[in-house]
Design a protein around this ligand. Structure first.
Ligand SMILES: Cc1cc2nc3c(=O)[nH]c(=O)nc-3n(C[C@H](O)[C@H](O)[C@H](O)COP(=O)(O)OP(=O)(O)OC[C@H]3O[C@@H](n4cnc5c(N)ncnc54)[C@H](O)[C@@H]3O)c2cc1C
Length: 334
């Protein structure tokens, strides 16, 4: 069941090198429990496809990569004919799962098409794109509590989802085993997100499949493929700032993107700030920002995660100096 001294380069999409002391891939709950019970004192890292994390040093602990697969429609005795419950196990590929739903005409996840990763990781940072967040379609998350070895269910509310945030990200003691989604059996396109509206401007009343295809086309055009140019997607979270600060910046840069959010704050674009701080397409050694999208840090060939961290610090310092805003990484650094 265990492998020792495992190289993690192929398990993170920045492709940095690090060695895991112990590595296991349990394919059922009993084995998952056993892995944890066998190593009570070791630090533990749960791994999906490594599309949102990278390593700066060896991991002196137990890496657990759940291998549980399966997608099923959950029987529903209620007389709700508009919705459907679909359960997907943690190791399922996220985009295969979205395709499964779209093929059946079930809507809710189509704007999240083509996000790399697993179903089990989707709730962790409440993945989002094109005006949608996965929290809007999650009914329940089932997880193993690593402290008690009990299986626990979280309602949507109990997941405490926020922008790129959830209870699972804050507590790091749950291994997600499966996620139950509540989707609609029908679809009605609502134009909400500018990029998507542009892509679909010549399509009258787009179908679910047409929206998924449009999202995939935009993503393929705009984002680097992590399999050929190592990256983790957006490196930083979009910052929430005070209205005064937004107005100050807007006085100099009238095109600053601003979206009012909860608590009277303004969400702005990290990509815009990085670009204006002079870092779009900039490179230091083998690390740089993607020339087409300043928010994406790309690795042109380094195996050392510390080079990515140094570049991150440089970007943070430049943005802080210019705008007085501290960017926070969205990516997990280990
Ligand atoms: C090119 C590119 C584009 C991207 N675009 C987007 C985007 O549009 N929107 C977006 O939100 N993200 C995006 N991302 C980030 C990434 O795709 C998501 O965060 C995805 O959910 C990561 O899945 P993963 O399986 O690779 O998780 P990993 O990177 O393996 O893990 C991510 C986090 O989840 C934890 N985790 C993983 N599986 C489990 C589990 N079963 N139980 C408990 N914890 C677990 C890990 O410990 C880690 O903290 C992008 C990444 C890339 C490379």
């Amino acid at each position: 069941m265990y492998r020792y001294n495992v190289q993690l380069k192929d398990y993170n999409s920045f492709r940095t090198e690090a060695v895991a002391k112990i590595f296991c891939e349990p394919d059922n709950i009993e084995d998952l429990r056993q892995c944890i019970a066998d190593h009570p004192d070791l630090p533990k890292l749960v791994l999906g496809k490594g599309r949102n994390l990278f390593f700066t040093k060896d991991f002196d602990g137990l890496v657990i990569k759940p291998k549980t697969y399966g997608i099923r429609e959950v029987p529903d005795d209620s007389d709700d004919s508009e919705h459907v419950f679909i359960e997907a196990k943690a190791a399922e590929d996220w985009d295969d799962f979205v395709r499964f739903c779209v093929d059946r005409g079930y809507s809710g996840l189509e704007n999240l098409s083509y996000i790399p990763g697993t179903v089990g990781a989707a709730p962790i940072q409440n993945i989002g794109a094109y005006g949608s967040e996965v929290k809007d379609s999650i009914y329940e998350v089932v997880a193993l509590d690593m402290d008690t070895l009990e299986v626990v269910s979280f309602s949507n509310e109990e997941c405490a989802f926020g922008y790129r945030d959830s209870i699972f990200k804050r507590k790091r003691k749950y291994i997600i085993i499966s996620v139950v989604f509540l989707l609609k059996r029908s679809y009605h396109y609502v134009p909400r997100y500018a990029d998507l509206m542009r892509e679909l401007e010549n399509v009258e009343n787009p179908s679910l499949q047409e929206v998924r295809d449009a999202v995939i086309r935009i993503r393929q055009r705009k984002l680097p493929d992590e399999n050929t140019l190592p990256n983790c997607g957006s490196f930083f979270k979009n910052p929430y700032i005070e209205t005064d600060k937004a107005e100050q910046i807007k006085a100099v840069y009238p095109d600053l993107p601003v979206y009012p959010v909860e608590g009277g704050l303004i969400k702005t674009s990290a990509a815009f700030l990085i670009d204006k701080a002079g870092f779009k397409g900039k490179q230091r050694g083998q690390i740089g920002t993607y020339p087409k999208q300043a928010l994406i840090v790309v690795n042109y060939g380094s195996t050392d995660g510390n080079e990515i961290v140094s570049f991150m610090h440089e970007i943070q310092a430049a943005v802080n100096e210019k705008f007085g805003i501290q960017l926070e990484p969205e990516v997990r650094i280990l």
